[in-house]
Design a protein around this ligand. Structure first.
Ligand SMILES: *[C@@H]1O[C@H](CO)[C@@H](O)[C@H](O)[C@H]1NC(C)=O
Ligand SMILES: *[C@@H]1O[C@H](CO)[C@@H](O)[C@H](O)[C@H]1NC(C)=O
Ligand SMILES: *[C@@H]1O[C@H](CO)[C@@H](O)[C@H](O)[C@H]1NC(C)=O
Ligand SMILES: *[C@@H]1O[C@H](CO)[C@@H](O)[C@H](O)[C@H]1NC(C)=O
Ligand SMILES: *[C@@H]1O[C@H](CO)[C@@H](O)[C@H](O)[C@H]1NC(C)=O
Ligand SMILES: *[C@@H]1O[C@H](CO)[C@@H](O)[C@H](O)[C@H]1NC(C)=O
Length: 934
């Protein structure tokens, strides 16, 4: 009994102690029901199933919330007090998990204990890294869920269709993951759904349903997905819609006027879809609540619609990349609430009115690539105190920037003034210490580059002073001082003196087409980030530095006076895609270290003094497409490949003007497989794309290397190379023997030059299989026999043909292209006869049924446009073709419109030409009766 009493007493004391602890607990909610054990252990298991990793979250203020979740110790028992965990006050069940930006790292598996928290109403796992795991369908067990946020969390795979059964969902944010497959359309029917965001899932396909009026969506965000099809007129039924964000999808058809019924809209973006041409935007004027309207690249034309004037709350108006014409309307100057106005890449004409200075709230103004004219005072824009981005490039304006300014200057971050007829570097830039991007290409700026330009801003990342008349760097500094600069283009000027060293973080340094002298300072090797180095067309000399950085992707040193041997570039690691050392005085052998350059596409060593036998080991480079060794001292037999997989991608080879001997390289011809299949369907330019990314800016530059080839008897410079162009130039060597029949297997060839060798025997009829051939030069050899009829019958694109100075005999075949060749193609062959030669073929009857149409006068002539439509003739003074694009907030490009337009025009011209010729292919009706000439 006694013992019982004592026990009972102890029990009572214990109860008192517990009560006291409970009362004195620091947590005011301590009286609230503690969390349920099974949920507590579910949370702990969820925590354990994932690791923590600093790189898993982007938000700089991210922290590991689950670290406070402990199995033992203070507060360990009350999971409701853990960071990110929210419990229901009365039931104690976990109803919210707020784990955004929590550094969670690892896959979310379908057996995750998180799915047993069936009372959850809010689940936020945004900005973590679930390592491309799919969203488990088990998520549907969380049937009470109201808010689901899984954005930016490294999920991939399909969106589980089971979501459409979670009838209480009001907000779904799955944006910026890697979903693929189709969007489950039934999700649109969720009865409570207000917000749906799947933007930034680049491979997610889907289409919009016939919405009906019961739908209460307030935000529909599908930007940067592959949603396609028409925008249904029923979209006008989404009467509560405030935000409609559909940019960068694949929507087509026309924009339905019913959008004009969405009078609650504050945000509307339809930019960059595939809409058909649309003129009138009559539906706009009722959307008076709009603050953001983005209709870039939506195929709009005509005047800027006056109905916009009613949208007095607009802060962002983006109409760039359309076909708007007419003048910039005056009523626009009354929209003083605007912070962003983009009208770039249209056909807007007329002057830039000084009333722009009324738009006092403007932060970004994009007017580049229009037809604006007249003289403009920079002061109009400099009086806009909030302005950070201004683009005026590629109009027809003359910008006056030399006036002293007597007001507070804006703090510009981006300024694009290319082709603005500036006669000097604007002095106000000296006070622009926030500048990040400065483009002054193609102005009239003479004289020295002022020293302050490099230091004006600590943030300057990109500077383009190319295509001006700059003569020197002020004080000709050894090195440019600016830690932030990553892109420097000072090409196409008249810069003299030594090469200034780029700052250490420079990624792209373009100094081509100047008058620089001296050697490359060895310190250039300190630049560990450099990807593109272009010093072409200068007068630099001396040896190449031994230590060129392994970060280099394009090394362009064409047309200088560099001498000595080519160093063992990139001894360990190599990222080179283009190496062009042509037109120098380099000697020695091709460095074997190039074997590390698995990505090398273009190797141009032509016009040097390199001396060795054929560097057959280059055959191991898997990406090599263009190999140019012209005009060196290569010698000996070309030999045979060791294995049949060598040179798998090679499509242009130029070994001309060397001292190669022996037979033509038959065994190589057999394995040059890239020259055997003509695939016009995969045409694109060979280029190196260089991706830049830093704090805020991300963009891609694509760099095309120019090369020189002899085509149709003339040396030509080309700034772009189509990957379908194929050429073999073995001319001006000492090759002997016959032309192998196997040449006929290189069916994609456009250019074949075997001239100036010692070749004998007949022209193989198999050359008639080279149906893409545009230029065939066999002149200055010892070829004999007849010119095969197959050439005249099958080479529909042949524009240049030369067999002069051989021992050919017999009648010249007639038909198709052959009627266009003159005497020069045949002279020096005493035995040839027939048109165009005056020598008549004795008893020969040449019945050429040749019913060609006359050349279309609109066709571009070959002189203007050499080598077929894939080659673009260099524009004088342009140097290497560099198309520059920037992406900053709104997409902006500062490019060479004249260049691109020129290319497009030429492409069209040539394609037309090609079509016409194709139509012309007719059954061969040419008959030649051959007789003995002797
Ligand atoms: C979940 O499944 C994985 C394997 O798929 C296994 O390693 C893990 O132990 C399982 N977790 C639980 C809580 O069952
Ligand atoms: C959905 O919400 C309603 C209203 O709040 C509630 O009564 C119902 O229980 C919820 N459904 C589920 C499955 O939790
Ligand atoms: C989209 O699909 C393409 C082709 O299947 C693939 O190369 C690409 O990586 C995918 N992109 C993303 C973001 O998943
Ligand atoms: C609207 O659509 C929902 C979901 O598809 C459907 O349940 C409802 O019946 C439709 N209402 C009308 C009036 O058509
Ligand atoms: C806008 O809504 C009204 C009323 O619902 C309707 O009559 C009209 O057809 C709609 N307009 C368009 C262009 O769809
Ligand atoms: C648009 O503005 C014009 C002129 O201010 C006015 O006449 C017209 O009624 C307005 N339209 C709407 C729909 O408010």
């Amino acid at each position: 009994m006694g013992s019982y009493t004592i026990s009972n007493h102890v029990f009572l004391i214990l109860m008192h102690i517990l009560y006291a602890i409970a009362k004195s607990n620091v947590l005011p909610q301590a009286t609230v029901t503690l969390c349920h054990d099974h949920e507590r252990s579910a949370l702990l298991q969820f925590k354990q199933s994932l690791s923590l990793n600093k790189s898993a979250s982007y938000d700089p203020s991210a922290y590991p919330k689950t670290e406070s979740w402990k199995a033992s110790g203070e507060f360990s028992s009350d999971c409701c007090s853990w960071y990110g965990v929210e419990c229901d006050d009365t039931t104690g069940y976990v109803v919210g998990l707020h784990l955004g930006s929590s550094l969670l790292y690892g896959p979310l598996r379908s057996n995750s204990t998180i799915f047993s928290l069936v009372h959850l109403q809010t689940l936020n796992l945004a900005d973590n890294n679930f390592r491309t795991s799919p969203i488990p369908p088990e998520i549907a067990q969380l049937s009470s869920l109201i808010n689901l946020n899984l954005s930016l969390s490294g999920f991939s795979g399909q969106i589980p269709p089971q979501l459409s059964g979670m009838s209480n969902l009001t907000s779904i944010d799955l944006s910026t993951n890697k979903f693929c497959g189709g969007f489950p359309v039934a999700i649109f029917d969720l009865p409570a759904l207000l917000v749906l965001n799947v933007s930034g899932n680049k491979n997610l396909t889907g289409f919009l349903p016939e919405f009906n009026q019961t739908n209460s969506l307030t935000a529909l965000e599908l930007a940067s997905t592959k949603f396609s099809g028409n925008l249904p007129a029923a979209i006008g039924n989404l009467q509560s819609l405030a935000k409609l964000q559909l940019e960068e999808c694949l929507f087509s058809g026309s924009i339905p006027a019913s959008i004009g019924n969405l009078t609650e809209l504050t945000y509307l973006s339809l930019s960059s879809n595939m809409f058909t041409k649309q003129g009138k935007l009559i539906w706009l004027d009722r959307l008076i609540k709009l603050t953001v309207l983005s209709l870039e690249d939506t195929n709009l034309y005509g005047d800027i619609p006056p109905s916009l004037a009613n949208l007095t709350r607009l802060t962002t108006l983006s109409l760039g990349s359309n076909n708007f014409s007419g003048v910039i309307p005056l009523w626009l100057m009354n929209m003083t609430q605007l912070t962003t106005l983009s009208l770039h890449q249209n056909k807007l004409a007329g002057p830039i009115k000084s009333s722009f200075s009324q738009l006092k709230n403007l932060e970004s103004l994009y007017l580049h690539d229009n037809n604006l004219i007249g003289t403009v005072e920079a002061g109009i824009f400099l009086s806009l105190e909030k302005l950070t981005s201004l683009t005026l490039s590629y109009n027809k304006i003359t910008l006056l920037a030399h006036h002293p300014v007597n007001f507070t200057l804006p703090k510009l971050k981006m300024l694009q003034l290319s082709q603005c007829n500036l006669s000097e570097i604007p002095y106000f830039l000296k006070f622009q210490n926030s500048l990040e991007v400065l483009l002054l290409r193609g102005n009239n700026i003479h004289g020295e580059i002022p020293h302050w330009i490099w230091n004006a801003s600590d943030h300057l990342e990109t500077i383009d002073l190319s295509a001006n008349f700059l003569t020197a760097m002020k004080h000709n500094p050894m090195a440019l001082q600016s830690k932030s600069l990553i892109v420097i283009d000072i090409s196409n000027n008249m810069l003299k003196g030594n090469l200034p060293l780029p700052p250490p973080n420079t990624v792209q340094y373009i100094v081509s087409n100047n008058r620089l002298t001296g050697d490359i300072p060895p310190m250039i090797c300190d630049g560990k980030s450099i990807k593109i180095l272009d010093l072409s067309n200068n007068s630099m000399s001396g040896p190449l530095p031994q230590c060129l950085s392994s970060s280099l992707e394009a090394l362009i040193l064409q047309e200088n006076n560099f001498s000595g041997t080519v160093p063992q570039i990139c001894p360990s690691e190599c990222n080179l895609r283009v190496m062009d050392l042509s037109r120098n005085q380099l000697s020695g052998e091709v460095p074997k270290s190039l074997l590390n350059c698995n990505m090398l596409q273009i190797l141009d060593l032509s016009n040097n003094q390199m001396e060795q036998t054929f560097p057959n080991w280059l055959g191991n480079l898997p990406q090599l497409q263009v190999l140019l060794l012209r005009s060196n001292k290569f010698h000996g037999a070309v030999g045979s490949p060791r294995i049949h997989t060598e040179f798998p991608m090679l499509r242009i080879i130029d070994l001309s003007q060397n001292s190669f001997t022996g037979n033509l390289p038959l065994e190589y011809i057999k394995i040059w497989n890239a020259m055997k299949v003509f695939r016009p369907d995969i045409e694109m330019y060979i280029n190196t794309e260089v991706n830049f990314e830093n704090r805020r800016v991300q963009w891609t530059e694509s760099f095309q290397s120019s090369i020189i080839l002899t085509n149709k008897g003339v040396k030509r410079v080309y700034i772009k190379i189509l990957n379908t162009f194929t050429a073999v130039d073995l001319s001006s060597n000492k090759f002997t023997g016959k032309i192998p029949e196997h040449f006929g297997s290189l069916e994609a060839l456009r250019l074949l030059d075997l001239s100036n060798n010692e070749l004998m025997g007949p022209i193989p009829p198999s050359l008639g299989n080279l149906t893409q051939l545009e230029s065939l030069d066999l002149s200055h050899n010892k070829l004999s026999g007849f010119i095969p009829q197959e050439l005249a019958a099958q080479l529909n694109f042949l524009e240049f043909f030369n067999v002069s100075y051989n021992n050919l005999s017999g009648p010249i075949p007639q038909g198709l292209q052959f009627k266009t060749f003159d005497n020069n193609s045949y002279i020096g062959n005493s035995g040839l006869c027939g048109f165009p030669l005056s020598k008549i073929c004795g008893c020969v009857q040449s019945l050429a049924a040749d019913d060609d149409e006359e050349e279309d006068d609109n066709n571009i002539s070959d002189d203007q446009f050499p080598g077929g439509f894939d080659w673009v003739f260099i524009l004088s003074g342009l140097g290497s073709g560099l198309v520059t694009g920037f992406v900053m907030g709104n997409i902006l490009t500062d490019k060479h419109p004249w260049l691109i337009a020129g290319i497009a025009q030429k492409l069209r011209g040539k394609q037309k030409n090609m079509k016409r010729r194709k139509r012309q292919i007719i059954p061969d009706q040419t008959m030649v009766q051959v007789c003995n000439h002797k």
